[in-house]
Design a protein around this ligand. Structure first.
Ligand code: NDP
Length: 250
């Protein structure tokens, strides 16, 4: 196999949670381009259907915080496309709020999507992968697991992403003997709905503090998901790949 061939995903089935916009959409498009059959698992049925049409993907309306929904998503994908080879746990939410002002609902909302949802998807889809003795999981973590973002405070998000990195290592160790690889990708600031990178109040710390002095666009992160999902990263498991324009260097 040539080096470039090792990045191909022909015949593989990939699920991208939150694949209807932002980074998830770019990941779904890149996996599709690499040859995978892709299912988009997000909540908004209209956006998901439109994007699935544009990418020649399958839309499966899913709330990752609902375990039964996740089980039903796996059933639909398996019936329509086949068993899942690649799971990209991308769905995420963030609330900017100082710690003492975070309500119990806000805390649970962020943890529910970023950690519990990722856990349900990993456990449900991982069980199928383990039965088949093959599979790759790519968890979307964040530099927020490694640093404390500023000027905005976002304690629930930071804690959830640190847990994602740790869970990545736990599952990688436990499932390696079953042929299942688990890695995480930790982006820096990327222009999507979750990160208002153009707002002036964030420029000083989000952009000027970064060695590359800019934010990324989703497409710049997507090729790395293909790398982690494919045989190109065959010997890699339990790693966190940081792509942040050097942000965490300082
Ligand atoms: P967006 O806000 O653009 O996208 C979030 C996605 O998550 C949407 O597709 C949304 O779909 C989906 N989602 C949210 N809640 C649920 C749910 N309960 N069930 C299913 N899907 C859900 O943000 P990004 O694209 O930037 O975020 C993607 C990932 O990247 C997240 O995990 C985020 O934490 C991470 N990240 C982003 C960075 C950035 O700077 N942009 C930096 C580091 C990490 P819908 O609402 O339609 O259900």
């Amino acid at each position: 196999m040539t080096v470039l061939d090792s990045f191909r995903l022909d015949g593989k089935v990939a699920v991208v949670t939150g694949g209807n916009r932002g980074l998830g959409r770019a990941f779904a498009a890149a996996l599709r381009e690499a040859g995978a059959r892709v299912a988009i698992a997000a909540r908004d049925p209209d956006t998901s259907r439109t994007v699935a049409g544009e990418l020649d993907a399958l839309s499966v309306v899913t709330d990752v915080t609902d375990r039964e929904d996740v089980e039903s998503m796996l059933g639909t994908v398996t019936t329509e496309l086949g068993p899942v080879d690649v799971l990209v746990n991308n769905a995420g939410a963030c609330i900017h709020r100082p710690a003492l002002e975070v309500t119990p609902e806000e805390w649970h909302q962020v943890l529910d999507v970023n950690l519990n949802g990722l856990w349900y998807c990993s456990q449900v889809v991982g069980a199928q992968m383990i039965r088949r003795r093959t599979g790759v999981i790519v968890n979307i973590g964040s530099i927020s697991a490694l640093i404390v973002n500023r000027p905005q405070m976002q304690p629930a998000y930071n804690a959830s992403k640190a847990a994602v990195h740790s869970l990545t290592r736990s599952l990688a160790a436990e499932w390696a003997p079953f042929g299942v690889r688990v890695n995480a990708l930790a982006p820096g600031y990327v222009k999507t709905d979750i990160a208002p990178v153009d707002e002036p109040q964030f420029r000083r710390h989000w952009i000027e503090d970064a060695p590359m002095q800019r934010y990324a666009l989703p497409d710049e992160i997507a090729a790395s998901v293909v790398y982690l999902a494919s045989d190109a990263s065959h010997f890699m498991t339990g790693s966190v790949l940081v792509i942040d324009g050097g942000y965490t260097l300082f």
